[in-house]
Design a protein around this ligand. Sequence first.
Ligand code: ATP
Ligand code: MG
Length: 358
Amino acid sequence: MKSNFEIAVFEGDGIGPEIMAPTVRLLEGLAQAGGYGLRFVPCPAGAAHYARTGDSLPAASLEAAGAADAILLSAMGLPDVRYPDGTEISPQIDLRKRFNLFAGVRPVRITPGTPTPLRLEGGQSVDFVLIRESTEGLFHTQGTGHVTQDYAEETLRITRATSEKLMRFAARLATTRKAAGHAGHVTCVDKANVFRAFAFFREIFDAEMAQHPDLGADHAYVDATALWMVDRPWIFDVMVTENMFGDILSDLGAGLMGGLGLAPSADIGEQHAVFQPCHGSAPDIAGQGVANPFAMILSAAMMLDWLADTHDAPALRADGARLRAAVDAVVAEGRNVTRDLGGTCGTEAAADAVAAAL
Ligand code: ATP
Ligand code: MG
Protein backbone atom coordinates (compact mmCIF):
# COMPACT_ATOMS: atom_id res chain seq x y z
CA MET A 1 0.00 0.00 0.00
CA LYS A 2 1.40 3.34 -1.09
CA SER A 3 1.51 6.11 1.50
CA ASN A 4 3.57 8.88 -0.08
CA PHE A 5 2.23 10.79 -3.04
CA GLU A 6 3.64 13.46 -5.26
CA ILE A 7 1.21 16.13 -6.44
CA ALA A 8 2.03 18.43 -9.36
CA VAL A 9 0.54 21.84 -8.59
CA PHE A 10 -0.41 24.27 -11.36
CA GLU A 11 -1.56 27.40 -9.58
CA GLY A 12 -2.12 29.14 -12.90
CA ASP A 13 -3.55 32.57 -13.56
CA GLY A 14 -5.99 35.11 -12.14
CA ILE A 15 -7.64 33.77 -8.98
CA GLY A 16 -5.73 30.50 -9.48
CA PRO A 17 -3.00 31.10 -6.87
CA GLU A 18 -5.52 32.56 -4.39
CA ILE A 19 -7.68 29.42 -4.33
CA MET A 20 -4.76 26.97 -4.64
CA ALA A 21 -2.87 28.18 -1.55
CA PRO A 22 -5.60 27.42 1.04
CA THR A 23 -6.44 24.15 -0.76
CA VAL A 24 -2.86 22.94 -0.42
CA ARG A 25 -2.90 23.94 3.25
CA LEU A 26 -6.05 21.89 3.85
CA LEU A 27 -4.49 18.88 2.11
CA GLU A 28 -1.32 19.25 4.17
CA GLY A 29 -3.37 19.26 7.36
CA LEU A 30 -5.26 16.12 6.32
CA ALA A 31 -2.09 14.28 5.32
CA GLN A 32 -0.38 15.12 8.57
CA ALA A 33 -3.31 13.91 10.66
CA GLY A 34 -3.90 10.89 8.44
CA GLY A 35 -0.34 9.58 8.54
CA TYR A 36 0.37 9.76 4.81
CA GLY A 37 2.64 12.01 2.82
CA LEU A 38 1.75 14.53 0.12
CA ARG A 39 4.64 16.29 -1.58
CA PHE A 40 3.62 19.30 -3.65
CA VAL A 41 5.67 20.12 -6.72
CA PRO A 42 5.05 23.66 -8.06
CA CYS A 43 4.62 23.68 -11.83
CA PRO A 44 4.83 27.12 -13.42
CA ALA A 45 2.61 27.42 -16.51
CA GLY A 46 -0.21 29.50 -17.97
CA ALA A 47 -0.85 32.89 -19.50
CA ALA A 48 1.06 35.07 -17.02
CA HIS A 49 4.02 32.73 -17.28
CA TYR A 50 3.79 32.95 -21.07
CA ALA A 51 3.77 36.76 -20.91
CA ARG A 52 6.93 36.68 -18.79
CA THR A 53 8.88 33.92 -20.54
CA GLY A 54 7.30 33.15 -23.92
CA ASP A 55 6.55 29.61 -22.72
CA SER A 56 3.06 28.61 -21.54
CA LEU A 57 3.93 25.07 -20.48
CA PRO A 58 7.64 24.66 -19.68
CA ALA A 59 9.18 21.23 -20.32
CA ALA A 60 10.12 20.97 -16.64
CA SER A 61 6.48 21.46 -15.59
CA LEU A 62 5.27 18.91 -18.12
CA GLU A 63 7.87 16.43 -16.91
CA ALA A 64 6.96 17.00 -13.25
CA ALA A 65 3.29 16.49 -14.14
CA GLY A 66 4.11 13.24 -15.91
CA ALA A 67 6.12 11.95 -12.96
CA ALA A 68 3.60 12.96 -10.27
CA ASP A 69 0.88 10.71 -8.87
CA ALA A 70 -1.76 13.35 -9.60
CA ILE A 71 -2.05 16.83 -11.04
CA LEU A 72 -3.89 19.60 -9.22
CA LEU A 73 -4.69 22.61 -11.38
CA SER A 74 -6.59 25.77 -10.51
CA ALA A 75 -7.29 27.89 -13.59
CA MET A 76 -5.24 29.00 -16.56
CA GLY A 77 -5.68 31.64 -19.21
CA LEU A 78 -6.18 35.41 -19.31
CA PRO A 79 -8.33 37.28 -21.84
CA ASP A 80 -5.60 39.73 -22.88
CA VAL A 81 -2.72 37.26 -23.17
CA ARG A 82 -2.85 35.14 -26.32
CA TYR A 83 -0.58 33.31 -28.70
CA PRO A 84 0.49 35.36 -31.75
CA ASP A 85 -2.17 33.58 -33.88
CA GLY A 86 -4.85 34.81 -31.47
CA THR A 87 -5.69 31.47 -29.83
CA GLU A 88 -6.21 31.26 -26.08
CA ILE A 89 -3.52 29.99 -23.78
CA SER A 90 -4.87 26.85 -22.17
CA PRO A 91 -2.12 24.43 -21.13
CA GLN A 92 -4.80 22.31 -19.45
CA ILE A 93 -5.87 21.22 -22.94
CA ASP A 94 -2.25 20.36 -23.77
CA LEU A 95 -2.15 18.21 -20.62
CA ARG A 96 -5.36 16.44 -21.66
CA LYS A 97 -3.88 15.57 -25.04
CA ARG A 98 -0.40 14.75 -23.80
CA PHE A 99 -1.62 12.32 -21.14
CA ASN A 100 -4.62 11.04 -23.12
CA LEU A 101 -7.14 11.98 -20.43
CA PHE A 102 -10.17 10.37 -22.06
CA ALA A 103 -12.66 10.62 -19.19
CA GLY A 104 -14.01 14.03 -18.18
CA VAL A 105 -15.67 13.61 -14.80
CA ARG A 106 -18.19 16.17 -13.63
CA PRO A 107 -20.06 15.55 -10.36
CA VAL A 108 -23.41 17.28 -10.02
CA ARG A 109 -24.35 17.58 -6.36
CA ILE A 110 -27.01 19.78 -4.87
CA THR A 111 -26.55 19.99 -1.12
CA PRO A 112 -28.40 22.34 1.26
CA GLY A 113 -27.22 25.90 0.59
CA THR A 114 -26.33 25.22 -3.06
CA PRO A 115 -27.82 28.11 -5.07
CA THR A 116 -29.75 25.76 -7.36
CA PRO A 117 -32.62 27.04 -9.51
CA LEU A 118 -34.43 23.72 -8.84
CA ARG A 119 -37.07 23.43 -6.15
CA LEU A 120 -36.39 20.14 -4.44
CA GLU A 121 -38.85 18.48 -2.08
CA GLY A 122 -37.61 17.00 1.18
CA GLY A 123 -35.87 13.69 0.60
CA GLN A 124 -34.97 14.42 -3.03
CA SER A 125 -31.23 14.65 -3.30
CA VAL A 126 -29.24 15.29 -6.43
CA ASP A 127 -25.89 13.57 -6.50
CA PHE A 128 -24.75 12.13 -9.79
CA VAL A 129 -21.62 12.04 -11.89
CA LEU A 130 -21.44 12.78 -15.58
CA ILE A 131 -18.61 11.11 -17.49
CA ARG A 132 -17.79 12.76 -20.79
CA GLU A 133 -15.54 11.04 -23.32
CA SER A 134 -12.96 13.75 -24.00
CA THR A 135 -10.79 12.73 -26.94
CA GLU A 136 -13.02 11.78 -29.89
CA GLY A 137 -16.77 11.77 -30.68
CA LEU A 138 -18.05 14.90 -32.40
CA PHE A 139 -14.85 16.74 -31.54
CA HIS A 140 -12.85 14.33 -33.68
CA THR A 141 -12.41 16.66 -36.64
CA GLN A 142 -12.20 19.79 -34.49
CA GLY A 143 -10.69 22.49 -36.67
CA THR A 144 -10.17 20.16 -39.64
CA GLY A 145 -13.76 19.64 -40.78
CA HIS A 146 -14.48 19.75 -44.50
CA VAL A 147 -15.98 23.04 -45.66
CA THR A 148 -16.78 23.91 -49.28
CA GLN A 149 -18.81 26.68 -50.86
CA ASP A 150 -21.90 24.49 -50.67
CA TYR A 151 -21.67 22.30 -47.62
CA ALA A 152 -19.72 21.65 -44.45
CA GLU A 153 -19.06 18.28 -42.90
CA GLU A 154 -17.59 17.03 -39.64
CA THR A 155 -17.12 13.47 -38.51
CA LEU A 156 -18.44 11.69 -35.44
CA ARG A 157 -15.88 9.09 -34.47
CA ILE A 158 -16.41 6.47 -31.79
CA THR A 159 -13.64 3.90 -31.40
CA ARG A 160 -13.91 0.54 -29.67
CA ALA A 161 -10.62 1.01 -27.81
CA THR A 162 -11.55 4.34 -26.22
CA SER A 163 -15.17 3.36 -25.59
CA GLU A 164 -14.11 0.16 -23.82
CA LYS A 165 -11.80 2.14 -21.53
CA LEU A 166 -14.58 4.68 -20.94
CA MET A 167 -17.22 2.07 -20.07
CA ARG A 168 -14.76 0.24 -17.79
CA PHE A 169 -14.09 3.54 -16.05
CA ALA A 170 -17.82 4.22 -15.64
CA ALA A 171 -18.46 0.75 -14.19
CA ARG A 172 -15.58 1.12 -11.78
CA LEU A 173 -16.81 4.51 -10.61
CA ALA A 174 -20.32 3.11 -10.09
CA THR A 175 -18.86 0.23 -8.06
CA THR A 176 -16.93 2.63 -5.84
CA ARG A 177 -19.99 4.82 -5.42
CA LYS A 178 -22.16 1.81 -4.59
CA ALA A 179 -19.75 0.91 -1.79
CA ALA A 180 -20.31 4.45 -0.47
CA GLY A 181 -24.10 4.05 -0.44
CA HIS A 182 -25.11 5.28 -3.91
CA ALA A 183 -27.35 3.32 -6.29
CA GLY A 184 -24.58 1.74 -8.36
CA HIS A 185 -26.35 2.48 -11.62
CA VAL A 186 -24.91 3.60 -14.97
CA THR A 187 -26.92 5.32 -17.70
CA CYS A 188 -25.55 5.36 -21.23
CA VAL A 189 -26.59 8.66 -22.83
CA ASP A 190 -26.69 8.52 -26.62
CA LYS A 191 -28.81 8.93 -29.73
CA ALA A 192 -28.77 5.30 -30.78
CA ASN A 193 -32.17 5.59 -32.45
CA VAL A 194 -30.74 7.85 -35.16
CA PHE A 195 -26.99 7.26 -35.42
CA ARG A 196 -25.30 3.94 -36.01
CA ALA A 197 -22.19 5.26 -34.29
CA PHE A 198 -24.24 5.60 -31.09
CA ALA A 199 -25.68 2.12 -31.48
CA PHE A 200 -22.06 0.96 -31.58
CA PHE A 201 -21.29 3.04 -28.45
CA ARG A 202 -24.30 1.46 -26.73
CA GLU A 203 -23.24 -2.08 -27.67
CA ILE A 204 -19.85 -1.53 -26.05
CA PHE A 205 -21.63 -0.18 -22.97
CA ASP A 206 -23.89 -3.24 -22.82
CA ALA A 207 -20.94 -5.61 -23.14
CA GLU A 208 -19.12 -3.94 -20.26
CA MET A 209 -22.17 -3.75 -18.02
CA ALA A 210 -22.95 -7.44 -18.63
CA GLN A 211 -19.83 -8.13 -16.61
CA HIS A 212 -21.23 -6.25 -13.62
CA PRO A 213 -24.46 -7.97 -12.59
CA ASP A 214 -24.26 -6.11 -9.27
CA LEU A 215 -24.69 -2.75 -11.03
CA GLY A 216 -27.82 -1.35 -12.64
CA ALA A 217 -27.61 -0.23 -16.25
CA ASP A 218 -29.89 1.54 -18.69
CA HIS A 219 -29.90 3.79 -21.75
CA ALA A 220 -31.34 7.23 -22.33
CA TYR A 221 -31.49 9.45 -25.38
CA VAL A 222 -29.64 12.69 -24.91
CA ASP A 223 -32.71 14.87 -25.52
CA ALA A 224 -34.71 13.03 -22.86
CA THR A 225 -31.71 13.21 -20.54
CA ALA A 226 -31.61 17.01 -20.82
CA LEU A 227 -35.26 17.13 -19.78
CA TRP A 228 -34.85 14.64 -16.92
CA MET A 229 -31.80 16.47 -15.58
CA VAL A 230 -34.12 19.40 -14.94
CA ASP A 231 -37.30 17.59 -14.01
CA ARG A 232 -36.11 14.52 -12.10
CA PRO A 233 -32.33 14.75 -11.64
CA TRP A 234 -32.42 12.53 -8.54
CA ILE A 235 -32.90 9.43 -10.73
CA PHE A 236 -29.31 9.52 -11.98
CA ASP A 237 -26.21 7.99 -10.42
CA VAL A 238 -23.49 7.69 -13.09
CA MET A 239 -23.99 8.87 -16.68
CA VAL A 240 -21.60 8.11 -19.49
CA THR A 241 -21.69 9.87 -22.83
CA GLU A 242 -19.97 11.10 -25.97
CA ASN A 243 -17.78 14.22 -26.11
CA MET A 244 -20.21 16.83 -27.52
CA PHE A 245 -23.22 15.57 -25.58
CA GLY A 246 -21.05 15.60 -22.45
CA ASP A 247 -19.90 19.13 -23.17
CA ILE A 248 -23.47 20.37 -23.32
CA LEU A 249 -24.85 18.31 -20.44
CA SER A 250 -22.01 19.35 -18.14
CA ASP A 251 -22.93 23.00 -18.55
CA LEU A 252 -26.51 22.05 -17.82
CA GLY A 253 -25.18 20.32 -14.70
CA ALA A 254 -23.30 23.47 -13.64
CA GLY A 255 -26.54 25.41 -14.17
CA LEU A 256 -28.40 23.00 -11.87
CA MET A 257 -25.84 23.70 -9.17
CA GLY A 258 -26.43 27.42 -9.59
CA GLY A 259 -23.11 28.29 -11.13
CA LEU A 260 -19.46 27.58 -11.03
CA GLY A 261 -18.47 28.30 -7.45
CA LEU A 262 -19.17 24.74 -6.28
CA ALA A 263 -18.37 22.77 -9.45
CA PRO A 264 -15.28 20.52 -9.40
CA SER A 265 -14.04 18.33 -12.24
CA ALA A 266 -11.42 15.78 -13.22
CA ASP A 267 -9.85 14.69 -16.49
CA ILE A 268 -8.74 11.11 -16.08
CA GLY A 269 -6.64 8.77 -18.21
CA GLU A 270 -5.06 5.39 -17.66
CA GLN A 271 -1.95 6.69 -15.90
CA HIS A 272 -2.59 10.34 -15.17
CA ALA A 273 -5.33 12.59 -13.90
CA VAL A 274 -5.88 16.33 -13.63
CA PHE A 275 -8.22 17.78 -10.99
CA GLN A 276 -9.49 21.32 -11.44
CA PRO A 277 -12.52 23.52 -10.78
CA CYS A 278 -14.90 24.03 -13.71
CA HIS A 279 -14.55 27.79 -13.55
CA GLY A 280 -11.89 29.87 -15.26
CA SER A 281 -9.33 32.30 -13.90
CA ALA A 282 -11.97 34.99 -13.16
CA PRO A 283 -9.68 37.96 -13.94
CA ASP A 284 -12.51 40.36 -12.98
CA ILE A 285 -12.09 39.48 -9.29
CA ALA A 286 -8.45 38.36 -9.22
CA GLY A 287 -6.18 39.90 -6.60
CA GLN A 288 -9.04 40.89 -4.29
CA GLY A 289 -9.09 37.82 -2.08
CA VAL A 290 -12.80 37.25 -2.68
CA ALA A 291 -12.81 34.19 -4.97
CA ASN A 292 -14.75 31.15 -3.81
CA PRO A 293 -12.23 28.38 -3.04
CA PHE A 294 -14.83 25.60 -2.72
CA ALA A 295 -14.75 24.28 -6.30
CA MET A 296 -10.98 24.00 -5.98
CA ILE A 297 -11.25 22.27 -2.59
CA LEU A 298 -13.90 19.87 -3.94
CA SER A 299 -11.57 19.09 -6.85
CA ALA A 300 -8.87 18.24 -4.31
CA ALA A 301 -11.36 15.89 -2.62
CA MET A 302 -11.91 14.16 -5.97
CA MET A 303 -8.15 13.80 -6.23
CA LEU A 304 -8.01 12.05 -2.86
CA ASP A 305 -10.82 9.70 -4.00
CA TRP A 306 -8.96 8.86 -7.19
CA LEU A 307 -5.61 8.32 -5.48
CA ALA A 308 -7.34 6.08 -2.94
CA ASP A 309 -8.90 4.07 -5.74
CA THR A 310 -5.82 3.68 -7.90
CA HIS A 311 -3.46 2.90 -5.01
CA ASP A 312 -5.80 1.11 -2.64
CA ALA A 313 -5.24 3.72 0.08
CA PRO A 314 -8.31 3.80 2.36
CA ALA A 315 -6.98 6.70 4.48
CA LEU A 316 -7.15 8.97 1.44
CA ARG A 317 -10.67 7.83 0.59
CA ALA A 318 -11.83 8.69 4.07
CA ASP A 319 -10.21 12.11 3.79
CA GLY A 320 -11.81 12.80 0.40
CA ALA A 321 -15.21 12.16 1.98
CA ARG A 322 -14.35 14.27 5.06
CA LEU A 323 -13.19 17.20 2.95
CA ARG A 324 -16.40 17.09 0.91
CA ALA A 325 -18.51 16.83 4.05
CA ALA A 326 -16.69 19.83 5.56
CA VAL A 327 -17.41 21.99 2.49
CA ASP A 328 -21.04 20.79 2.52
CA ALA A 329 -21.35 21.78 6.17
CA VAL A 330 -19.98 25.28 5.58
CA VAL A 331 -22.25 25.77 2.54
CA ALA A 332 -25.29 24.54 4.49
CA GLU A 333 -24.56 26.77 7.45
CA GLY A 334 -24.19 29.69 5.02
CA ARG A 335 -22.35 32.16 7.26
CA ASN A 336 -18.75 31.63 6.16
CA VAL A 337 -19.20 31.69 2.41
CA THR A 338 -18.03 34.03 -0.35
CA ARG A 339 -20.10 36.64 -2.18
CA ASP A 340 -21.13 34.34 -5.04
CA LEU A 341 -22.91 32.16 -2.44
CA GLY A 342 -24.52 35.15 -0.78
CA GLY A 343 -21.95 35.62 1.97
CA THR A 344 -19.39 38.27 2.83
CA CYS A 345 -16.33 36.08 3.48
CA GLY A 346 -13.06 36.31 1.64
CA THR A 347 -11.26 33.33 0.15
CA GLU A 348 -9.09 32.67 3.20
CA ALA A 349 -11.90 32.99 5.74
CA ALA A 350 -14.08 30.58 3.75
CA ALA A 351 -11.24 28.06 3.58
CA ASP A 352 -10.58 28.52 7.31
CA ALA A 353 -14.22 27.64 7.96
CA VAL A 354 -13.68 24.38 6.06
CA ALA A 355 -10.60 23.69 8.19
CA ALA A 356 -12.66 24.33 11.32
CA ALA A 357 -15.42 22.01 10.07
CA LEU A 358 -12.81 19.29 9.58
P1 ATP B 1 -12.95 30.15 -19.04
O1 ATP B 1 -11.63 30.74 -18.60
O2 ATP B 1 -13.11 28.73 -18.69
O3 ATP B 1 -13.34 30.52 -20.43
P2 ATP B 1 -14.81 32.18 -18.35
O4 ATP B 1 -13.90 33.30 -18.77
O5 ATP B 1 -15.99 31.87 -19.16
O6 ATP B 1 -14.00 30.85 -18.09
P3 ATP B 1 -14.68 32.41 -15.49
O7 ATP B 1 -13.27 32.86 -15.46
O8 ATP B 1 -14.98 31.08 -14.93
O9 ATP B 1 -15.33 32.48 -16.92
O10 ATP B 1 -15.58 33.50 -14.80
C1 ATP B 1 -16.98 33.66 -15.08
C2 ATP B 1 -17.62 34.51 -13.99
O11 ATP B 1 -17.73 33.73 -12.80
C3 ATP B 1 -16.81 35.73 -13.65
O12 ATP B 1 -17.64 36.82 -13.35
C4 ATP B 1 -16.06 35.32 -12.41
O13 ATP B 1 -15.74 36.37 -11.56
C5 ATP B 1 -17.01 34.33 -11.74
N1 ATP B 1 -16.24 33.30 -11.03
C6 ATP B 1 -15.58 32.26 -11.59
N2 ATP B 1 -14.97 31.52 -10.66
C7 ATP B 1 -15.26 32.08 -9.46
C8 ATP B 1 -14.93 31.77 -8.12
N3 ATP B 1 -14.16 30.73 -7.80
N4 ATP B 1 -15.42 32.57 -7.15
C9 ATP B 1 -16.20 33.63 -7.44
N5 ATP B 1 -16.55 33.98 -8.69
C10 ATP B 1 -16.09 33.22 -9.70
MG1 MG C 1 -11.86 33.08 -18.16
